[in-house]
Design a protein around this ligand. Structure first.
Ligand SMILES: [Zn+2]
Ligand SMILES: [Zn+2]
Length: 244
């Protein structure tokens, strides 16, 4: 209560004061008008590999994945990149609305439980940022989307997970241009050589789960997966908050 009086809840997008209802959901961060479009969670059917949502039929491998197979084993996304998920990600990343991290992390953890809880994951690696970007932004959104996973897992199951979070095995060594406006081939070229794996001993034979905020063509995640596989990882999957 005291907190509500000191910090009255405001819509994160337009700043309108909101009724404090005690909810910590993503929806409760927005007023009715800004939250109108809601969340489009990704449910089957979707591509079994890249996770893109199909609007009819069964889960199968999409044409794009058949034509140019990803290095990633599978990609699972929590929601489509639209509505309050898109708005929230933009507020989070580009306007430092760090209050978005907690509701997003809860949504992402549900997707993790749904698709990865039963897989023998060894390490969760939040996609690293280049140090210059880290300096500029001040935080790594992928890290903030998964930093409480171990605690959340422990709370859900009453035991610690078998996997660990790894913040040192993968490094972003090259600053890249923003991917916006590039086609898939340009995106691939743009991220070539962007990553380095510095802990070969650690990742050898391991099953790694990359965590990121948005998956568009997947060029960045896929490049990271290629580097990890080249250095001996057994399998690399991805868990992302939003999929375009
Ligand atoms: Zn609003
Ligand atoms: Zn696909």
């Amino acid at each position: 209560m005291a907190e509500a009086l000191l910090f009255p809840k405001k819509c994160l997008k337009c700043g309108k004061y909101l009724e404090e209802d005690g909810s910590r959901s993503l929806e409760s961060c927005f007023c009715d008008a800004c939250g109108r479009e809601g969340i489009s969670l990704i449910v089957p059917p979707f591509c079994a590999v890249c996770g893109v949502r199909f609007h009819a039929g069964d889960t199968h491998v999409c044409g794009a994945c058949l034509k140019a197979p990803l290095k990633l084993g599978q990609v699972r996304a929590a929601a489509e990149y639209k509505g309050i998920v898109r708005d929230g990600i933009q507020l989070f990343k580009y306007h430092s609305k760090l209050a978005m991290a907690a509701p997003f992390e809860r949504i992402l953890f549900q997707t993790f439980l749904q698709y990865y809880e039963n897989l023998p994951i060894d390490f969760i690696i939040p996609m690293p940022l280049h140090r210059s970007k880290m300096r500029k932004r001040g935080f790594n959104q992928a890290y903030l989307l998964s930093r409480n996973f171990k605690k959340m897992y422990d709370q859900a199951f009453g035991r610690p997970p078998a996997w660990d979070t790894d913040l040192s095995s993968l490094v972003r060594i090259r600053k890249t241009e923003p991917q916006t406006g590039f086609d898939i081939e340009e995106r691939r070229k743009n991220v070539k050589g962007a990553f380095k794996s510095v802990r070969e001993d650690r990742i050898k034979g391991k099953h790694i789960l990359l965590v990121d905020d948005v998956f568009t063509t997947g060029a960045t995640c896929n490049e990271a997966a290629e580097v990890l596989l080249k250095h001996g990882a057994a399998r690399v999957d991805a868990l992302v908050l939003a999929r375009t």
